[in-house]
Design a protein around this ligand. Structure first.
Ligand code: HEM
Length: 290
């Protein structure tokens, strides 16, 4: 169903670009957050909002800078998301989702920000850490959906085979990420964003919970690869990038499972997992356009 030109171009390019920038900044915040986790940089900036009491910026060391950059970028999420909500209010009559989705993205980022502050100040338990991550993932998904709607307002969501495959991949991957911190040992890489490696990290458990989490992540991985194969014939540059990231994710997973991890390898395993989730979400949204 093609909408009249008036609807298709009802949202100015500037707003479409604003929504895209906001979605990219949120995605970058998740990737940086998973780097903080993979490099054990969590406590390296012991104060909040400045890195140390009486000093805003970190000393010259990698870990405090990783954590501090995550904070600064996450603060900018707030600015872009508020601007997106205001733009959404202005164009709400074109499509109500243009204001609803940026609000969801802003609230998700605020929840993650508060949990982030709590992580520094008091520490958070594994259930809070799971909801921190879920709020961040919902924020990312909502803002990318807002971008696609701003780009083609009132476009229907079409459930075809590829859309169902993509949505299945996203759901199982997110369930896997959500429960990872619950079954991870305190120093285990399992707690950070990453595809299942099917080898128990130090202290991972209980066994049944770990198996269930790895199974959900494993099903998500297979569906994400099947979805990639299904769209390969009409692939875009994003799909090729996703394929490269899947290879990196699997290779680093095998290397960590066989030889153990270090901060570099851990980061090379965490960041692609965030980007694959993002690219699987956006490819599902593209597929839903029919
Ligand atoms: C000032 C605000 C923030 C602070 C102080 C902060 C702090 C942190 C810290 C210390 C970690 C590492 C946790 C660990 O090692 O397990 C982390 C991870 C993370 N943060 Fe933030 N954060 C903030 C805002 C945000 C925002 C706004 C988002 C999302 C929109 C976000 C998303 C994430 C994600 C996805 C992770 C990785 C979790 C994982 O790999 O399991 N953070 N953050």
């Amino acid at each position: 169903m093609t909408h009249p030109v008036s609807v298709r171009n009802a949202v100015p390019k500037g707003v479409v670009v604003l929504f895209a920038i906001t979605a990219v900044v949120i995605t970058a915040t998740l990737a940086l957050g998973s780097t903080v986790c993979a490099t054990d940089a969590s406590a390296s900036c012991p104060n909040w909002p400045g890195c140390y009491v009486g000093r805003l910026t970190p000393v010259d060391a990698t870990q405090p800078w990783v954590e501090f950059i995550h904070r600064v970028i996450s603060a900018s999420v707030g600015l872009f998301a508020v601007a997106s909500v205001i733009a959404g209010i202005v164009y709400r009559r074109v499509d109500r989702l243009l204001v609803v989705l940026p609000i969801v993205a802003l609230v998700g980022a605020l929840i993650s920000g508060v949990f982030g502050m709590m992580t520094i100040k008091w520490g958070i338990n594994s259930v809070e850490a799971s909801f921190d991550l879920l709020a961040a993932i919902i924020s990312m998904g909502a803002m990318w959906r807002a971008f696609f709607i701003a780009h083609s307002p009132r476009s229907p969501w079409i459930w075809n085979e590829r859309t169902k495959l993509g949505m299945g991949a996203v759901v199982f991957l997110v369930i896997g990420h959500f429960f990872a911190v619950q079954v991870a040992g305190s120093g285990s890489l399992t707690r950070c964003m990453g595809w299942a490696m099917f080898v128990r990290g130090a202290g991972d458990g209980p066994l049944a919970g770990w198996v269930a989490q790895q199974t959900s992540s494993g099903i998500g991985m297979l569906l994400a690869i099947a979805f990639l194969v299904a769209r390969w014939g009409r692939r875009t540059g994003w799909d090729t990038l996703c394929a490269v990231l899947v290879v990196i994710e699997i290779v680093t997973g095998v290397l960590i499972a066989v030889n153990g991890s270090n901060h570099g390898l851990g980061t090379l395993h965490a960041v692609p997992a965030v980007l694959i989730l993002c690219l699987t979400m956006t490819a599902t949204m593209r597929s839903a356009r029919g």
